[in-house]
Design a protein around this ligand. Structure first.
Ligand code: SAH
Ligand code: SF4
Ligand code: F3S
Length: 495
């Protein structure tokens, strides 16, 4: 592979990275595959942004990519299996195309670093959750010096590594954006690997967040989703640091204030957030949701279990009763609130009675939908040590099916109750399965399919709901209420 100068004209951004050796092809193509949560997807947007700032273009599929980035997750066991399966497939691709470069980032990379490098020597770069900002540089270094493994331990972070939002971002969607408000997590839920791979909780400065949302709105973004592992505690660490520096500030979180400030930004029509921790869901957050028009009527409130003894073993910090009380408070203040959740079945020691309690609470909570998971031991977490109390897989599967039936009953009822109503949807574009159908999302985060019409994605439209299934609604278009405001991205032509 000979080294030659870049053939694209140097712009400010390419100049910063001119050290990349090119192999003679005009433009390299990259593909980023995301395995994890929204935080992970947002990191993928940053990785893509960095590679594009380096002169690369997106590839349509793995066969046509010169650089493939796998952005991994390790929340459950099958995430590992998926990664190694994909790496096996990429090995045969690389055997056919030795110039293919493979990078593995994200939470599993943070956790298993050397193991991945050893098990998959065909991987060129392994980088951690705090090294996203160095993705392009590490790729360049691997070309010169061979395989690179770079992981920064949380707690050793420079500010720019903690909040690399100043980096270029290639957002997947132009009209809707994720905004990371805090990284890491200070909780210690017994089942969860996130604090180990994402580090302690650090909030981004309030003013910087509002400025970022203003900037997004100026680019035509109308919907933002605030992201954090425990958004309700946003700002508590900032107040603690300010106190230590001698400032007289209240030690309270500032999430409610942030919701109001972001909701007040001109041009922002919808504000969403995920995830709030039930133990920290404060009345002022509910009030801010109720009083801020832009904040959508949707609350994702992870239950995890309906059994008090399991909740205590998980260290969740609330009882089922407390959870339901908070939910009732939210529903009483916010009209037409859709509620979704996460539930784990088969946590170590979960008895039939514990599980029955989960079924009861799930029925009482009357969810619009739920993500349900079978407990998966994560080495290094407290619950993984409880091997003598693990629940048989078949038992967990049977419980999961019963839970799904309970959730599906309330999902269908909630969806059917919307038939005949007029809903405003944010148009997401043609349906993946059928190009003759457009898909939109209501404020309650429900998908609505309706007959295709010449409407740009990112527009808002009114639809009459005509039919409802378990996971989506059908509707008929009434009128466009607000056309999309963002500029359409024009692909850069290359020689
Ligand atoms: N910070 C978020 C959760 C992030 S992880 C919160 O506290 O709400 C997303 C979901 O994955 C969790 O809510 C939990 O239901 C599930 N999960 C996490 N660890 C798991 C494990 N070891 N086994 C099964 N499900 C798990
Ligand atoms: Fe994991 Fe609990 Fe933190 Fe959520 S709050 S990321 S479940 S430790
Ligand atoms: Fe998200 Fe998975 Fe990491 S759920 S924070 S990508 S472990």
């Amino acid at each position: 592979m000979g080294r030659s100068t870049p053939t694209t004209s140097p712009s400010a951004s390419t100049e910063r990275f001119v050290t990349l050796p090119y192999d003679g092809r005009v433009t390299k193509r990259y593909l980023v595959r995301t395995f994890g949560c929204q935080m992970n997807e947002h990191d993928s947007e940053r990785i893509a942004g960095l590679l594009e700032a380096d002169g690369m273009e997106p590839a349509t599929d793995a066969e046509h990519a010169d650089v493939i980035v796998l952005n991994t997750c390790c929340i459950r066991e099958n995430a590992d299996n998926k990664l190694y399966g994909t790496l096996g497939h990429l090995k045969s691709l690389k055997d056919r195309n030795p110039d293919l470069e493979i990078m593995v980032g994200g939470c599993l990379a943070q956790k298993d670093r050397e193991l991945i490098a050893e098990r998959a020597p065909h991987v060129d770069v392994v980088f951690g959750t705090h090294n996203v900002g160095r993705a392009a540089t590490l790729l360049a270094e691997s070309r010169l010096h061979g395989q690179q493994v770079e992981i920064v331990e949380a707690g050793e972070l420079a500010d720019y590594e903690a909040f690399p939002s100043a980096l270029p971002i290639r957002r997947e969607v132009d009209h809707s954006a994720w905004v990371v408000i805090q990284i890491g997590c200070d909780n210690s839920c017994a089942f969860c690997i996130v604090p180990a791979v994402r580090g302690p909780e650090v909030s981004r400065p309030f003013e910087a967040l509002v400025a970022e949302v203003e900037q997004l709105a100026a680019q035509g973004v109308t919907e933002v989703t605030l992201l954090g592992q425990n958004v309700n505690s946003y700002g508590r660490d900032l107040a603690r640091d300010a106190r230590r520096a001698g400032e007289q500030v209240a030690l309270a979180p500032r999430f409610a204030e942030l919701l109001r400030a972001v909701g007040a930004v001109e041009g922002i029509r919808r504000v969403r957030y995920t995830s709030p921790h039930p133990k920290d869901l404060r009345p002022e957050t509910i009030t801010a949701m109720a009083e801020t028009e832009a904040v959508c009527e949707h609350l994702h409130l992870p239950l995890q279990s309906g059994s008090d003894s399991i909740l205590a073993a998980m260290h969740r910090g609330y009882t089922a009763e407390r959870y339901l009380e908070r939910l009732a408070a939210a529903r009483s203040r916010i009209a037409d609130l859709a509620v979704t959740t996460d539930i784990i079945v088969g946590f170590p020691g979960e008895t039939d009675e514990d599980f029955e309690a989960t079924l009861e609470v799930a029925a009482a909570a009357d969810y619009d939908s739920a993500y349900t998971f079978i407990y998966s031991p994560r080495p290094g977490t407290e619950a993984a040590e409880l091997a003598d109390r693990f629940v048989d897989h078949e038992v967990a599967v049977a419980r999961m099916e019963r839970l799904r039936a309970v959730v599906e009953r309330s999902s269908l009822r909630h969806n059917q109750a919307r038939i005949g109503r007029v809903e405003e949807v944010l148009v997401e574009g043609p349906s993946k399965k059928n190009p003759d159908v457009l898909t939109g999302r209501t404020r309650q985060n429900k998908l609505v399919h309706f007959a295709a019409a010449p409407i740009r994605r990112g527009s808002y439209a009114l639809v009459t709901v005509t039919d409802a299934g378990l996971s989506s609604l059908r509707g008929e278009l009434l009128e466009v209420t607000a056309p999309a405001r963002h500029r359409t991205r024009i692909p850069v032509a290359t020689a």
